[in-house]
Design a protein around this ligand. Structure first.
Ligand code: ADP
Length: 626
């Protein structure tokens, strides 16, 4: 099974947290995304071809000259008359011709419309989007197409960034005015649809059906002097100089009002900084977007999510793998990358949200840096504590070893210096022997702990019976118990087998037994009991000894820890026995429970997974002999 360190879990939590927060921030960050979009729009100017359209406008001066809107159709008829001979490629009217109007003026306008070979007229949704308001039939019959004039300004700020190329009532769908103009300018008979795009001639327009065929408008940038880039002639100028009509030759002419008084049909654009652009000019810009063919496409949502996740992962990895100035340098680079990513993609015609990736990078970097700071401090504290404990241990070991060493030294000196009787010599030799064995045992135990905790010790995989393990340990501990007149009682044991290292397991149980004896007063009883609990074996050693309080119980598995009472009793050993026991048991897939009360005794229970049942064992033994 995959074991994760606390540190890894910490970093993973930072990653998950920053990613989720960034995604949430992404939802709320639309105004910031839009601002960033407008800023990139102003900053990055792509190479564009010369405009293929021209504006024929009714500005304030023209309105004044023609005597107001009442005579708009007459003025329109005259203007169209003047340009008809140029001839323009397509003429697009952004003036709704739905109301009855003046019959005489209507006649003049109709006569002018007849002369235009390719004409697009506008229509509008009315009655809450239920019905199309079309031009009068007498005008409509001269038009090759009718297109809708609805923009789609941003809901929060009213800035026109996209335009739906398709609008529909329940019964009838219409293409956008500019799209129809584009189709006619390319001489295409139809607009071919697919779920992802529209095809006009050999131009593919990336506009998804699921998004109402929304198209991001690539506004022509204003020239450095601030003049508008689309060429334009006003009605008044055309009347004063009919020769200007030649400028409409082979152009797509967008005709509409630009007078400031016509406030209804104006929107802001990413370029306009508070200035409004007349609707007719927005339509002309939509047409130019189509004609230029440099479409701005939104990045797929999945790609945005993946990028945010990748940025958050990088932020966390930096601090998980590096520290100090290296980590901070990398973090700064990552943040710079996150800030520049949307712009880099924008220059490749891909629109990427700004807020989500940037907040993803910032949150992960700040989170991971803070976590590292805390983790490093914790590690430092732990290392210091470890060092202190180690020093203590060294002191202790030195002290413990001195006793047998002094005995050996003294005895050997005695032997060398004095003429001793044979009996005395034998006694001293025996003493030297037991003391040096004790020393060797101490060293082995000490090394075992270190090797087990360093993971260098391999566990053997033997199958052994509980009914054999327990008596063996009890027999070894019995002399010690008898010395204190302590009775060791073994309750009936279940038939169960364990798998693992029998020697280590014996060491563990023996340790619990000797502890029970060591920390109990004379003439008490130590009980060993075992029971099967589901697929687990519970093996307990219970004594009637000095016991421990809760805080002490929490610490006894630490290396070199000994309770005050144990120290006072003069029985305490090196304080590492239980730490070895715990390691042995966990290496066997088990755990230890301790129940204890000061003065009332303790009960240590080892819980281990069963190996096979007796039948399985018999089978195993048979297989082995075969
Ligand atoms: P030691 O060699 O000191 O016995 P251990 O690691 O085996 O080392 O035990 C650690 C400490 O836990 C002991 O010093 C003692 O204070 C306490 N302890 C262990 N077993 C018992 C017990 N059965 N009753 C009371 N205290 C115990």
């Amino acid at each position: 099974m995959l074991r994760l360190s606390r540190q890894t879990i910490g970093y993973l939590s930072v990653l998950a947290g920053s990613f989720v927060l960034a995604m949430l921030a992404g939802w709320l960050g639309t105004p910031i995304d839009n601002n960033a979009y407008d800023w990139m729009f102003r900053f990055y100017r792509p190479q564009l071809q010369a405009p293929q359209s021209i504006l024929l406008t009714i500005d304030e001066a023209s309105l004044l000259e023609m005597g107001g809107r009442a005579h708009l159709r007459r003025a329109l008829g005259q203007a169209l008359d003047r340009i008809a001979a140029a001839p323009p490629k397509v003429v697009v009217l952004d003036i709704i011709l739905a109301d009855e109007g003046d019959p005489a003026e209507n006649g003049e306008l109709e006569a002018a419309l007849r002369k235009i070979s390719k004409l697009v007229l506008p229509c509008e949704l009315i009655e809450d989007g239920q019905r199309w308001e079309d031009p009068l039939d007498r005008f409509r019959r001269w038009a090759q197409a009718v297109g809708h004039v609805h923009g789609d300004p941003g809901p929060g700020d009213g800035v026109s960034r996209i335009l739906p190329l398709e609008k529909a009532t329940e019964r009838e769908r219409r293409w956008a005015l500019a799209l129809e103009a584009f189709r006619l300018s390319r001489g295409a008979a139809a607009i071919v649809e697919s779920p992802e795009s529209l095809q006009v001639g050999d131009i593919r327009i990336p506009a998804r059906r699921s998004d109402s065929r929304a198209l991001r408008i690539r506004y022509l940038p204003p020239s450095p002097e601030g003049a508008f880039p689309l060429p334009r002639i006003s009605f008044k100028q055309l009347r004063a100089d009919p020769g200007l009509a030649a400028r409409c030759r082979d152009k797509v002419v967008f005709v509409g009002e630009t007078a400031q008084t016509e406030l209804r049909d104006r929107l802001m654009t990413p370029y306009s900084h508070g200035l409004y652009m007349p609707g007719v000019e927005i339509h002309a810009n939509v047409f130019e977007t189509l004609a230029q063919g440099q479409f701005l496409v939104s990045a797929p949502e999945l790609a945005v999510v993946a990028a945010c996740l990748a940025l958050a992962a990088c932020g966390v990895m930096i601090f998980a793998l590096r520290s100090g100035w290296q980590a901070y340098t990398l973090a700064v680079l990552l943040l710079a990358a996150a800030h520049l990513l949307p712009y880099a993609l924008f220059t490749n015609h891909i629109v990427f949200p700004y807020f989500a990736p940037v907040s993803s990078a910032w949150l992960s970097v700040v989170g991971a840096a803070a976590f590292q700071f805390v983790a490093v401090r914790r590690q430092l504290r732990r290392a210091e504590a470890e060092r202190a404990r180690y020093q203590q241990a060294m002191h202790f070991v030195a002290h413990e070893m001195r006793t047998p060493l002094t005995a050996i030294q003294g005895s050997s000196e005695l032997m060398g210096r004095y003429n001793l009787s044979e009996e005395k010599r034998r006694q001293i030799a025996e003493l030297i022997n037991t003391e040096s064995k004790r020393l060797a045992r101490m060293i082995t135990t000490f090394l075992n702990v270190e090797r087990l905790s360093a993971g260098e010790m391999e566990l053997k995989q033997e199958v052994f019976q509980v009914q054999e393990l327990v008596p063996a340990c009890v027999e070894r501990a019995r002399p010690l118990a008898e010395h204190k007149q302590i009775r060791i009682l073994v309750e009936p044991l279940p038939e169960a087998a364990l798998t693992g290292d029998r020697e280590l397991m014996e060491y563990a149980l023996y340790n619990l037994l000797t502890n029970a004896v060591k920390y109990s007063p004379a003439e008490t009883q130590v009980t060993v009991l075992a029971s099967a609990d589901g697929d687990r074996l519970r093996l307990s050693v219970r004594d009637q000894g000095i016991g421990m309080d809760r805080q002490e119980v929490r610490k006894i598995f630490q290396k070199f820890y000994r309770t005050r009472k144990a120290e006072a009793s003069g029985e305490a050993g090196s304080g590492i026995g239980l730490s070895i026991v715990e390691q042995i048991v966990t290496h066997h897939g088990g755990r230890i429970e301790v129940a204890s009360e000061p003065g009332k005794g303790s009960c240590f229970t080892v819980i281990l997974p069963f190996s096979q049942s007796r039948q399985d064992l018999a089978k195993l033994a048979k297989e082995q002999t075969e």
